[in-house]
Design a protein around this ligand. Sequence first.
Ligand code: 3EB
Length: 348
Amino acid sequence: MNSSVSSPFIQHQLIAAAPSANERVLGLQTLGNNIAAATSPFPVQHISAPVLNSIDSALHELWLSDTTCRDGRFGDIIFRRNDTLLFGVIEIDESTLQFADTESSLCAAAEHTYRQIFALLDAEGFPYLWRTWNYLPNIHAEECGLERYRQFNVGRHNAFANCKRSVDSSPAASALGTRAGIFSVAFIAGHIAPNRIENPRQISAFEYPAQYGPRSPTFTRAVTVADKKYEALFISGTASIVGHETLHRGDVSAQTKETVANLAALLEQANRAQHAANANNSATLFALENLSYRIYLRYADDLKKVRAVLDALLGHSICATYVQADICRQDLLIEIEAFASRPITNAS
Ligand code: 3EB
């Protein structure tokens, strides 16, 4: 790599100790069991997902930019931004919301949250929502006759519709259930238009049939964003789904293999798009071995089996955080999300 290139415009770091003041920090996500809402100078998403593969009871995933950032507040959102990137967190205690008896509190919270996110992006002049992380307590509980994950989808969809955001411009996303904590959404937005990637092995989530709920989830399978020198890749939560159906019910090893096949299909699309845009380059391609993974397991006891499959398919040295969380479909045992960044080496 040419040593004169500037640092990547968005960077991701995994650390065990909470970060100290650093002007380039956009924000962080803290994963762990019973994580305290300690005061932080940065926006923090608290993810009540026990970490399974570390002796540290909490881990912090830090998002960094290459320039100085400044703080902001907008309604319930705490954010940091520089000229081209914005990271925000909004955490809502559903018991404090006002909603009708006939309405689900999570549906109301989701609509409230996404309306605020879109209003913030308009106010700050950020046209593109790249990535969201959604954590929902009691994801499988019923509320007003519908599972809470599905209620969340209704509220999120309503906000997209009311704010005139088309579903096929939706961000990369993850949506997981937590056994503690409150409803929490973190997001990254930018000035650069993302390149949206769908998986040819799967139906787009925003086109799922009605059997998965009255409103489809508004997310795209992956996005890439490129500045002049680097391209970042955000892969949404990816599971053992082909077409729109869950495969390998009850078999976590087979679900893991199928999930890796889906990740590979997304990388192929991302690499092909890059090649088409830059025909005579000698770019480093995205590769499964080089991504940073967050791996959600429904059952902590499945860790050994899942690791065995991933070691065999991806090697022993992948960068991965394993956590326990409830995947949004009851028959899914594993979900994997990923991030990567690579230099763009133009021949010209
Ligand atoms: C799936 O492929 C699995 O509702 O935002 C993955 C990533 C999933 C994001 C979301 C749901 C979401 O449908 C579930």
